[in-house]
Each structure stands twice: as structure tokens, then as C-alpha cells.
Design a protein around this ligand. Structure first.
Ligand code: UFG
Length: 336
């Protein structure tokens, strides 16, 4: 029996695959490779010393998905496939709603046909919307400030409704805070196409000389130094959270939402300083106005993850930055 990992070649999915294989699980990696390189599957094999099937299938291809389930004995699904750029979702809402929501509905249909009823879903702290009360707890009301965020809210609702309607289903809805860092080998990490939207990939490209400076979006927030505070966690810790969630859905029916974060927030300028320490390089920056849609502070209450899943983030900020820099400097060398 295998675990199907949708979006398995992506930034988070690739780390999840490595940890599943290391734990002795068999996997089937599914990706449409729209935002991932095909070489990622080879790197996962290289790191794990294991081979596994790779399905180049889009979740919108309902028949193709049916063939994946018909051709493999799938026990549970870790569902990470989806579009994820907040700004792009504002310009292309139909694309986002169709891709993320229809794709998930197809997946549920194909799972039901195959008699597979357990899923770990990649949700996001974005489902807390513009909530001003920190830390965020799982029982807070959900809302969204972008179509991307709304796809996560709607999918959580669909899966929760499904579990309520049909008691066979088991879901763990993982609300990620800000995953950063890379595999310590330097072989896997985040390699965005074009100009990075997120802080760490942007800083890494400045450090690698691909961009002249970072733009800090706002220094007038009510925080320690005026810059935005986020709950950054190491992508390997995040990946290990999926293994704990998998163990949970194997044993429990229903749908549970769980935050994956450290509970500690860092400001943009603290991240810049940590990256400078890790890389030994200066990160020039300018301060610009706030970015539309950003809030001052986001941080997780991680208590439920520890209580329910037995998961806790173990890696600190210096490791996150050192690993991010190891991957980014290798990636920049490969480009030259
Ligand atoms: N920031 C900058 N300059 C940049 C990029 C970001 O100053 O070039 C700042 C932002 O203003 C924010 C912080 O760095 O204060 C983190 O920004 P990111 O874009 O890295 O992350 P966000 O918290 O905005 O977004 C993340 C995920 C989204 C998710 C959101 C809410 O990338 O997918 O958290 O959960 F929707």
C-alpha cells in the first residue's frame, strides 16, 4: 500500500516525500510539474536511496486521476497540489477557484471510487484572514483576504462536510504558518519562477547577487521594530508534521484542523539579520510602503499539534537560514 503525494515535486511536497521514504513508507508522487522541476523526483530518489512511481497528472484530469488510483494501491493521500501565489490569485480568481477546488473535488471522487478515505490536506494560516488576535487558535472563525486564501477556507469546509456526512472519511487539515529553509543536503528547496513573492527566497536571491536589494514592505506596524512579524518554521519540521498527521488519520475518523508553526514570531529585520549571520553577507534593503493585504503579526498557537499529533517544531531560525542559503547558493552556481 502506498501514500499518494499530490504536489509531491513542489517545495513542501518534495520534503514530505523524503521523510515518508525515510520512515519506510511507499509513495506515489503525483505532480503536473507546472511549478516544479522534473529533476526533483531524481533528487528525492538520490536522497532516500529509493525509487517510486511518478505520475505526471493534473488533478483537473479526472480520468487521468482515476487511472492513478486504478494502477496503484493507495492507502492514504497527502494533498498538497494547488496554486499558491496570493497576488496572482487576485488577478486570476477563476483559475485559482477552478484549479484548487475542482482539483480537490476530483481527488475526493477518485478516492471514494478506490475505497481510500484518509487525507492530510495542505491548508494555510491564511484561513485566519486578517484576525488581529495572536496567537491564532484552531477554533477561531475563518475568513480570507484573497481568492487563494478562500480556496483553502472552502476546501477545509468541503472536507469537514464530507467527514460529517460519511463517517468513513478521515482528514487532518494542516494550517501551515511560514515554511522556510531547505533540505540540509542542499538538494531540495524553494526555487520560485520569476520574482519571488515571499521573503526568504527574495533575501536569498539578494545574497546570491541575483537582485540588488530587498524591499521591506512597511516599517510602521505596531511591532518591535515596525516590520511585519511571522511564525517561520523549518520545512523539514513541517514535513515531519505530515507524518504525524498521517499517523493520526490512520487511527481517527472525522476532520481535524491543526496549526503547524513554532509559536515564535520574527520580524522582517530579524530575518534579514539572521540571514546575514548564516551567509556572512550583507543584505541591502530599502523600506517601502506596506504591501496590500499584509497584517502586522501572524503566529500560531502550536499546542493542539503537540497534544493531538505529538508534533513540535525543533529547528531554530539559524538552521532555517543556513539551510536556505546552502540551497540558494548552489542553485545560483548552477545558473552561472
Ligand atoms: N516581505 C517583505 N519584502 C518582501 C517579501 C515579504 O518585506 O519582498 C514581508 C511581508 O510584508 C511580511 C513578511 O515579509 O511581513 C513575510 O512575507 P511572505 O510573503 O514571505 O509571507 P506571508 O506571511 O505574506 O505569506 C505566507 C504565504 C502565503 C499565505 C500567507 C498567510 O506565502 O501563502 O503566509 O498564511 F497565504
Amino acid at each position: 500500500m502506498s501514500i499518494l503525494v499530490t504536489g509531491g515535486a513542489g517545495y513542501i511536497g518534495s520534503h514530505v516525500c523524503v521523510e515518508l521514504l525515510a520512515a519506510g513508507e511507499d509513495i506515489v508522487l503525483l505532480d503536473n510539474f507546472s511549478n516544479a522541476e522534473r529533476t526533483v523526483a531524481d533528487r528525492i530518489s538520490e536522497l532516500s536511496g529509493r525509487t517510486f512511481p511518478v505520475c505526471d497528472v493534473d488533478l483537473l484530469d479526472r480520468e487521468g486521476l482515476g487511472r492513478v488510483f486504478a494502477g496503484h494501491d493507495i492507502e492514504s493521500v497527502i494533498h498538497l497540489a494547488g496554486r499558491k501565489a496570493v497576488g496572482e490569485s487576485v488577478s486570476l480568481p477563476v483559475l485559482y477557484y477552478h484549479n484548487n477546488i475542482t482539483g480537490t473535488l476530483h481527488l475526493c471522487q477518485a478516492m471514494a471510487e478506490a475505497g481510500c478515505h484518509s487525507m492530510v490536506f495542505s491548508s494555510s494560516a491564511t484561513v485566519y484572514g486578517a484576525n488581529p488576535i495572536v496567537p491564532f487558535r484552531e477554533d477561531f472563525a475563518l475568513s480570507a483576504t484573497s481568492p487563494y486564501g478562500m480556496t483553502k477556507v472552502v476546501i477545509e469546509r468541503i472536507l469537514t462536510d464530507l467527514a460529517a456526512a460519511e463517517p468513513d472519511w478521515r482528514f487532518c487539515l494542516l494550517r501551515y504558518f511560514n515554511p522556510i529553509g531547505a533540505h540540509p543536503s542542499g538538494l531540495l528547496g524553494e526555487r520560485p519562477d520569476g520574482v519571488p513573492n515571499n521573503l526568504l527566497p527574495y533575501i536569498a536571491q539578494v545574497a546570491a547577487g541575483q537582485r540588488t536589494h530587498l524591499t521591506v514592505f512597511g516599517d510602521d506596524y505596531p511591532t518591535r521594530d515596525g516590520t511585519g512579524v511571522r511564525d517561520y518554521l523549518h520545512v523539514v519540521d513541517l514535513a515531519l508534521g505530515h507524518l504525524k498527521a498521517l499517523a493520526y488519520v490512520r487511527a481517527h475518523a472525522g476532520a481535524e484542523a491543526v496549526n503547524l508553526g513554532t509559536g515564535t514570531g520574527y520580524s522582517v529585520l530579524e530575518i534579514v539579520a539572521a540571514f546575514e549571520r548564516a551567509s556572512g553577507l550583507k543584505i541591502p534593503y530599502i523600506v517601502a510602503p506596506r504591501r496590500a493585504g499584509d497584517i502586522a503579526v501572524m503566529s500560531a498557537d502550536p499546542a493542539k499539534a503537540e497534544r493531538l499529533l505529538g508534533w513540535k517544531a525543533l529547528r531554530g531560525l539559524d538552521d532555517m537560514c543556513a539551510d536556505a542559503w546552502r540551497f540558494a547558493s548552489r542553485a545560483a552556481e548552477e545558473l552561472n
